[in-house]
Design a protein around this ligand. Structure first.
Ligand code: ZN
Length: 470
């Protein structure tokens, strides 16, 4: 035994995780080992016996990096953080779909002053708050040249302060012009920061909307992330959209896709998704719409309840059952696709909403990894950790090894499964089975499968802005 190893053995670690199957997506190594956690870092991974203040037996369990959700709407809500942590999420990127808090760093600083259970970085949300700030009266109005210049300046300022990137929600702000998109993406490209985009249209208009994002990448050089692609194209269009993306990816375009476990999306009933002609766009009718929140939560809508809800409670979340389940597996299999939730809406509450917030990762583990073998365990972990961490430049996250942040998940691959269901059929926020421990920066947020209600070990994540190109 070397002196160095001896040194490791004399230390007492805060936590020791013994005998688990440690899976590191960065090196693609899978091995049975003991993990020693000191403060907020992984200090050692070894087969030697370690001394620890707290010792966890992980025999038969998988020990891997915590999940990094590249597309969240939790926006600081505590309940959302607990729901996400329950399924193994340790880091989220908020401000997705062009909507979220701004200025991002002020919001995060205030959030972490009072503490938050998980780590969080924020995107500058362009499509709502910045367009409003520029005096654009509604999402149905175009920005003038002067307004675009103002918005670009605010985006740049926010990126310089530490935002992870800038998000666009084109479907929600349908009068976003090509010039506006290019101006925003160019600012992000200057600092090589990502531009996650909720595309302009779903359903039968989604192919042109996908092509537009690829063209934006080509025109500006910005790294783009096509958000929740199954929700946009999963109505039978993926057989056509994926080859378009694949071609761009193979040609070296800076492009990636994220997607969750479900084919049926949630959105506010008052949003542009339900514009004139939505029945034709999505090939569906009122009965295909399920109220997720509000007075009709858990009920399929009728023509009259649909219009009533749209008028009286436009923020009510509804789910449109318009997707094709097989398209989830098809999308997640692609080498450029990472896993996201689109979950954690700020108004999340027990019993209502969409199961994506509480079920995404365990559902994929149970169905696509264990039962159907669509993804190997290594592929799944890579798509849930390393890929999103790399995309957002999180150097110490998304891998497990000496020096990595101690964001660690311990789960049982034999029993892990989602319990979240659509309202009316069950509880959309039900915790999964099989997720046993979730560490964030070296402290457990989930222990023995239970939420540690007072734990606030999360850290704010900011991204340095270095000029990439002028
Ligand atoms: Zn979206």
């Amino acid at each position: 035994m070397t002196q160095m190893e001896n040194e490791f053995l004399r230390i007492e670690y805060n936590y020791v995780i013994n005998n688990g199957t440690v899976i590191d997506p960065r090196t693609e190594v899978r091995t049975i080992a003991n993990v020693g956690i000191k403060k907020d870092k992984v200090a050692v991974i070894t087969r030697a016996e370690l001394k620890g203040k707290h010792v966890i037996d992980a025999t038969g369990k998988i020990v891997c990096p915590g999940f990094v959700d590249p597309h969240s709407h939790a926006d600081g809500q505590l309940f959302s953080a607990h729901v996400m942590a329950n399924m193994g999420v340790t880091t989220i990127i908020i401000g997705s779909c062009g909507v979220g808090p701004y200025p991002t760093q002020k919001f995060l600083k205030e959030l972490y002053q009072s503490g938050y259970p998980i780590n969080c970085g924020a995107l500058t949300p362009e499509s709502w708050i910045l367009r409003e700030k520029a005096g654009i009266p509604s999402p149905y109005d175009e920005a003038s040249e002067k307004q675009i210049a103002m918005i670009s300046e605010w985006v740049e300022q926010d990126l310089l302060e530490g935002a992870m990137g800038v998000s666009l929600g084109l479907e929600y702000a349908p009068k976003t012009s090509w010039e506006e998109m290019v101006a925003i993406a160019k600012v992000a490209a200057k600092y090589d920061k990502p531009v996650p985009i909720h595309s302009r249209a779903g359903g039968w208009n989604s192919l042109a909307a996908t092509r537009e994002i690829i063209k934006l990448q080509e025109t500006t050089g910005a790294r783009v992330l096509i958000s929740h692609h199954v929700y946009q194209c999963g109505q039978g269009m993926l057989a056509e959209s994926l080859p378009i993306i694949e071609k761009a990816y193979r040609q070296g375009y800076k492009i990636a896709v994220d997607s969750g476990a479900y084919c049926d999306f949630a959105c506010p009933i008052g949003s542009e998704v339900f514009c004139d002609g939505w029945q034709q766009i999505y090939d569906c009718t009122y009965h295909d719409i399920l109220a997720g929140t509000g007075v009709y939560a858990g009920q399929r809508l009728t023509e009259s309840t649909f219009h009533e809800l749209k008028r009286d409670d436009p923020d009510a979340s509804v789910t449109a059952f318009v997707g094709k389940p097989y398209e989830v597996a098809l999308t997640l299999k692609q080498p450029y696709t990472m896993i996201s939730t689109d979950g954690g809406f700020p108004n999340l509450a027990p019993g209502v909403g969409h199961p994506q917030s509480a079920g995404t990762y365990p559902k994929i583990l149970a169905e696509l990894v264990r039962e159907q073998d669509v993804l190997s365990m290594m592929e799944f972990i890579k798509k849930a950790t390393w890929m999103p961490a790399q995309f957002f430049g999180l150097e110490n996250k998304g891998w497990i090894g000496e020096g990595a942040d101690a964001d660690i998940l311990i789960f049982d691959p034999k029993t892990v499964k989602d319990n979240a269901a659509f309202p009316g059929l069950g509880d959309p926020m039900a915790a999964p089975d099989g997720i046993e421990y979730v560490f964030v920066n070296g402290a457990p947020v989930i222990a023995d499968g239970k939420v540690m209600a007072d734990a606030r070990p999360g850290k704010m994540i900011s991204s340095e802005a270095r000029i990439w190109k002028l």
